[in-house]
Design a protein around this ligand. Structure first.
Ligand code: SF4
Length: 361
């Protein structure tokens, strides 16, 4: 049996579903969240661990480790006469030669990445823009030099951090190869932003979003229907639409509220301080948002937290869960018609917030 010396590179805990769908290579440029205070999240995805910047050399070292694994995989393909093509035959041969590779998360990640095209990369963790711009530019350029076939590099960022970057800095990042940023808007309502400790105002969200768009970086804005509960549903929908209209991001991604155990928001919910929306109320809020949008964005419901109807032992999503979603404004009427159909469906057929939370968080 052959021995393979695999050097593991760091992989953080989360990435957006759309990056999972494209089997993006995950590279951890920083660790955890620098904020950890949003009441619905509390940095729990990162176990509330301390935020850490990673030294540039360490990041480059991880890129080198991914490259070394990629070389082994490609050499195996060539040895098999498959001229670099990565398929099941290569997987079978690799795991036959190197059985221990199955247990290496780095190896499996790189294999899957190459198997599905090897064109997209996601930079982890919660706020990559917080790196010094020259360091981030250098790291991205190094990544592209190491893997010239990469076509898309994306990352999470806080809008507050984006706001602190100059337009020229963002353009330099775009020029280096940063293609898309995923930002948590959650709501465009100032009162609610404050209530959930998002640490930013609606105006600042608008300025940050507009700057990213102006720099030519694609923008995915995440919104959280239901976040304001019954009390703030109208202002949440209307002000979120207003902020999105000002930004006109490439993507709007819906992630309805589900109180996550261990968060201050879940505590408020259990104490009866937050009245969560019923399935029909959630649909009505989404409808209000959609009707108020004037954007040319793609509106996506690409997460299991979105409204779904019970079917057998599982749930069937009411709305299309594709990563490209509904193209607005062209598909607005179609979307409203589906929501209206949902509003006419017996509410007891829908999964409740609690039921969805049990399966989707
Ligand atoms: S900034 Fe993002 S990761 Fe950090 S606490 Fe808020 S929602 Fe969670």
């Amino acid at each position: 049996m052959n021995r393979l010396s695999i050097e593991e590179f760091e992989i953080g805990p989360i990435r957006p579903p759309s990056e999972g769908g494209s089997f993006s290579l995950l590279l951890r440029f920083s660790r955890n969240c620098s904020w950890n205070r949003c009441t619905f999240c509390y940095g729990l995805h990162y176990n509330r661990e301390k935020f850490q910047l990673r030294p540039l050399d360490e990041i480059k070292g991880d890129i080198d480790k991914a490259k070394a694994i990629s070389d082994i995989i490609k050499e195996t393909s060539i040895k098999l006469g498959l001229i670099g093509q990565i398929n099941q035959e290569v997987a079978d041969a690799l795991f036959r030669y190197y059985p221990e590779a199955r247990y290496s998360s780095s190896f499996v990640t790189v294999f899957n990445w190459l198997y599905f095209g090897g064109k997209t990369v996601f930079l982890q963790d919660a706020d990559t823009l917080i790196m010094r711009t020259p360091d981030l530019v250098e790291a991205i350029k190094y990544l592209k030099k190491t893997f010239p076939v990469i076509e898309r590099i994306t990352s999470y960022a806080r809008a507050k951090t984006a706001l602190k970057k100059s337009l020229d800095e963002l353009k330099a990042l775009k020029e280096a190869g940063l293609s898309r940023l995923h930002i948590g808007l959650e709501t465009g309502d100032d009162e609610l932003l404050q209530k959930v400790h998002k640490g930013i105002t609606a105006e600042q969200h608008i300025k940050a979003g507009q700057k990213i768009v102006k720099a030519g970086i694609e923008l995915s804005e995440y919104i959280m229907p239901g976040l304001g509960g019954k009390e703030m549903t109208r202002q949440h929908a209307q002000n979120t639409a207003r902020v999105l209209n000002e930004i006109n991001p490439d993507y709007i991604r819906s992630r309805p509220l589900a109180p996550r155990p261990g968060t201050p928001l879940a505590e408020a919910y259990h104490k009866g301080e937050l009245q969560v929306l019923t399935p029909h109320e959630l649909l009505a809020e989404i409808k209000m948002l959609v009707e108020n949008l004037t954007v040319s964005s793609k509106l996506c419901f690409d997460h299991a937290l979105n409204p779904s109807v019970k079917s057998g032992f599982g749930y069937t999503p009411l709305l299309d869960q594709s990563y490209e979603g509904y193209q607005l404004p062209g598909e607005k009427e179609k979307l409203v018609a589906i929501i209206d159909k949902g509003l006419k469906t017996d509410e007891s057929k829908f999964a409740t917030v609690e039921e969805i939370a049990r399966t989707a968080i």
